[in-house]
Design a protein around this ligand. Structure first.
Ligand SMILES: [Zn+2]
Length: 420
């Protein structure tokens, strides 16, 4: 669910970020780390299969979270804990901050999958591809995160500034970013995070630096209901819902900043010969601009009111009222990490230095939250290829994954500094 919005700026050989990363690449410890990522690809795939076969439906990520917690501990991260929302955190202190209480560069991956409880999440290998719901999104991100932790602690590789590794809960749909929201708004560690990188899905090119905001609402109309013949003329919630949908779909939406409105679910009524007692719909509003989202939410609230009033005016029984109820189902803030920020520049150069063509894009991910708070954040792929994302036929091919993980490693080293 991402689309490219921007022309990716090209780099000059003298770009300071390129020079900086090239110096890091020359360090023998970094060569060892790159070889480690190449040589441990089987282990990473084994870990991916183990992760994927532990179900992690929205709000039920506990078992997979425990696995991540145990792996963080085994790999030697410090201050490993699960926070009150269910996120798993572990710190790798930098040379300048042995207690790990200073500024933190965060590398995260979401633990949850979209699949409900009871989904068969077992993995099978067919013609060189692994099949299993959730393998790409976000089994691959989580396995990539663990591979990078292993790399840092086993090579070993030390940084100037401290790193924090995070498995977040509640990234997908109904989770409404609850994990990352808690991390930044309530967990004391969140206050120390200066840059945030989320590993989400496969690939190497994508650098999501723009947060696609969304607001979701249930809009419901309620009336007394009655007989289609005997009570005809009283307010009809389905008719009011029709008026509301007309109002919403005739609203002018700007092409830029891209803004969308989708009514994805309608429901209501009892039978063909009954005036319904209720009708409801679910509305998804999206935009790259918070101002447009405010405007569109205002339009939605007015449209619901107008629809109810029009239905009451059309009714033959003026004293019978129609209730309109609006409930928020989710809110993901929008925003942007500027293209000329150090984080995005380093991500662009690290991608190029690993032989790929970076692609800046916009999507709704864990990075939405830090971006909306003004904390530089991006979401990138964890390598390999995947198809059928969010379906039961999801597949994943790890070929080339190590190059993408090397890109992430290089980026993290660029941000945190390689300790001499
Ligand atoms: Zn994801």
């Amino acid at each position: 669910m991402a689309f490219s919005l921007f022309r990716t700026p090209s780099s000059a050989p003298s770009d300071p970020h390129t020079v900086e990363l090239e110096a890091i690449l020359k360090d023998p410890a970094v060569s060892r780390a790159f070889r480690y990522l190449e040589n441990s690809t089987r282990e990473t795939t084994r870990e991916l299969i183990t992760i994927n076969e532990i179900p992690a439906p929205p709000f039920k990520e506990q078992e997979r979270a425990q696995f991540v917690c145990q792996r963080f501990q085994e790999m030697g991260l410090q201050q490993v804990h699960q926070d009150l929302e269910g996120n798993i955190l572990g710190i790798l202190p930098g040379r300048s901050d042995p207690a790990g209480t200073g500024p933190l560069i965060a590398l995260a991956a979401h633990i949850d999958s979209v699949f409900p409880e009871g989904t068969d999440v077992s993995v099978r290998l067919e013609h060189g591809r692994f099949f299993g719901p959730g393998l790409g999104d976000n089994g691959s991100g989580l396995a990539g995160l663990l591979a990078l932790v292993r790399c840092f602690t086993q090579v070993p590789l030390s940084t100037e500034h401290s790193l924090i590794f995070v498995g977040t809960v509640g990234e997908e749909g109904p989770g409404n970013l609850r994990g990352v929201r808690h991390l930044f708004l309530q967990n004391p560690c969140g206050r120390n995070i200066t840059e945030f990188i989320a590993l989400d899905g496969p690939g190497i090119e994508r650098i999501t630096h723009q947060a696609l905001g969304s607001r979701r609402f249930e809009v419901k109309f309620e009336g007394p209901g009655g007989h289609s013949w005997g009570d005809f003329g009283i307010v009809n919630p389905v008719h009011a819902l029709g008026r509301f949908i007309y109002q919403m779909t005739s609203c002018q939406l700007p092409p830029l900043p891209r803004t969308t409105c989708t009514i994805g679910v309608i429901e209501g009524g009892t039978s063909v010969n009954t005036i319904p007692g209720w009708a409801r719909c679910e509305v998804d509003l999206r935009s790259t601009s918070e101002t447009e989202l405010d405007r569109l939410e205002g339009h939605l609230r007015t449209a619901a009111q107008l629809a109810a009033q029009e239905e009451e005016r059309a009714s033959l029984h003026a004293h019978i009222r129609l209730k309109s109820l609006i409930t928020s189902m989710g809110n993901r803030p929008s925003g942007i990490t500027p293209v000329d920020s150090r984080l995005v520049r380093l991500a662009l150069e690290a991608t190029r230095l690993r032989g790929a063509k970076p692609l800046l894009d916009c999507a709704s991910t864990d990075s939405n939250l830090p971006i909306s708070l003004g904390i530089p954040a991006i979401t990138i792929g964890a390598g390999g290829r995947c198809g059928g994302c969010h379906t039961l036929d999801e597949w994943y091919d790890p070929t080339g994954r190590e190059t993408s993980l090397q890109r992430t490693l290089l980026l993290v080293l660029g941000l945190a500094g390689l300790a001499a």
